[in-house]
Write a protein that binds this ligand. Structure first.
Ligand code: GAL
Length: 414
């Protein structure tokens, strides 16, 4: 990301922006536009308005946030960065290097963030030792969402491993329903890929191959097996999947058109918004073979430098995001779990409690790994190149052997 060469345009646009900006206003860029997501973000808007701060919504549709990041770059280049944007993982460091992020230590010190965040979370929120972002949640990615009614109709049982998974998929398909709900978009393909890699190879393999990008692990037999499994999964996805949004795929599981979906727990936000009850109307299972691992995806609002008269509103936004009240209500709607400690578990459902317990257990066992598909594991250039390889594999008859070679090459992208 090279933003500096357009400094002149930036200065001109900044002058314009300063005239239009209001002191008690926060503009927040995000891509929370599905039913469950919109409900979640509305809670933050409500909280800010209760403090007398105007909420300017900068929502950019498109799951996984690719469109949102394009819009953000254009705005920063034009010198009119929003107050905050939904940026996460290593990208926070990339933006920090551009010199455009705000130091929000004042809010962090007052709210004792260091004491209430696990290290794995707080370290991502800091640039050169200073807080520049506030975490809103922890999403788990390695889930399989299942409609038990579909299983029943097909005479299948809830899968606990790959053999059972493919057995259930066969039975659902034979019974005339769609076995796997999927949307053919590169980030969704990558989401399935990482759960398969984790389920086939385990957490140590995942770390070596997908986080450390070790060439031997990227091209070895376990990665071949990962792509072979992915190729098999493809045969259970319907023809209409091309370009389908993730929440429409989730809707297929909700209404019984399809049996299962690999997706992070923002999918639960859709089940919740539809009034569905976990354990009864739907099952949240860990993706086959991933019971002892946890792919984390931490959403955060990253703060951009603002004029002096807007800093109070920005710090107030950061404090609101980290408040236990917000972390509770936001995550009840979003499907995720609070990023901070000190939030009561009382109102959370069984899937969220499982996620909380598993995060703790995997943090101790070494099974807690960053989600590659959701921008937590590697820098954006490498992640983009790897995602392209996976998308190509999903949309062609590329062999697993060719895929691993392309994967190792993509991992060298700078
Ligand atoms: C993830 C993001 C989630 C959710 C999802 C679908 O990357 O962390 O909050 O928005 O994409 O867009």
């Amino acid at each position: 990301m090279k933003l500096k060469h357009i400094a002149v345009a930036t200065m001109a646009a900044t002058a314009l922006f300063n005239i239009t900006a209001q002191a008690s206003e926060v503009e927040v860029l995000h891509y929370w536009t599905s039913g469950g997501e919109a409900k979640s973000v509305a809670e933050l808007k409500k909280m800010m308005e209760a403090k007398g701060i105007t909420w300017k919504d900068f929502a950019v549709a498109g799951g996984g946030g690719e469109n949102a990041m394009t819009a953000l770059k254009a705005r920063v280049i034009a010198g009119s960065a929003p107050t905050a944007a939904q940026i996460k993982g290593p990208s926070i460091q990339e933006w920090g290097k551009e010199g455009v992020l705000a130091n929000i230590d004042a809010a962090a010190i007052e709210g004792k963030w260091d004491a209430s965040l696990p290290k794995v979370v707080s370290s991502i929120m800091k640039y050169q030792g200073h807080y520049v972002a506030a975490p809103v949640n922890v999403h788990r990615v390695n889930w399989l969402w299942v409609n038990p009614e579909v299983l029943k109709k097909a005479g299948a049982k809830a899968p606990g491993n790959w053999a059972e998974f493919f057995d259930a998929a066969d039975k659902i398909k034979k019974a005339g329903m769609i076995a796997i709900a999927h949307g053919g978009q590169p980030w969704q393909d990558a989401t399935v890929f990482e759960s398969v890699a984790l389920g086939v190879g385990g957490a140590d393999f995942y770390k070596k191959a997908i986080v450390q990008l070790d060439p031997a692990s990227l091209t070895g037999p376990t990665m071949i097996k990962t792509f072979d499994t992915l190729a098999k999964i493809k045969t259970y996805i319907d023809k209409g999947a091309a370009g389908r949004d993730w929440n429409l795929a989730t809707a297929m599981v909700i209404n019984g058109k399809a049996g299962m979906q690999f997706m992070g727990d923002w999918a639960k936000g859709e089940f919740t918004a539809a009034g569905k009850v976990p354990g009864k109307d739907y099952l949240c299972l860990t993706a086959p073979g991933t019971e002892k691992a946890f792919t984390f995806n931490i959403d955060s609002l990253t703060m951009f430098k603002v004029k002096d008269d807007q800093q109070a509103a920005q710090l107030s936004l950061a404090s609101a995001v980290m408040s236990p009240e917000f972390q509770e209500v936001f995550n009840l709607n979003k499907g995720s779990i609070p990023a901070r400690s000190g939030v009561s578990r009382a109102k959370f459902d069984s899937c969220a409690i499982k996620s909380m317990n598993d995060m703790e257990a995997t943090s101790a066992s070494g099974g807690l790994v960053p989600s590659f598909a959701h921008g937590m594991a590697i820098d954006s250039a490498k992640a983009g190149a790897i995602q392209d390889v996976i998308a190509k594999f999903m949309n062609s008859n590329m062999t697993s052997q060719a895929a691993v070679v392309a994967l190792a090459k993509a991992a060298k992208t700078r």
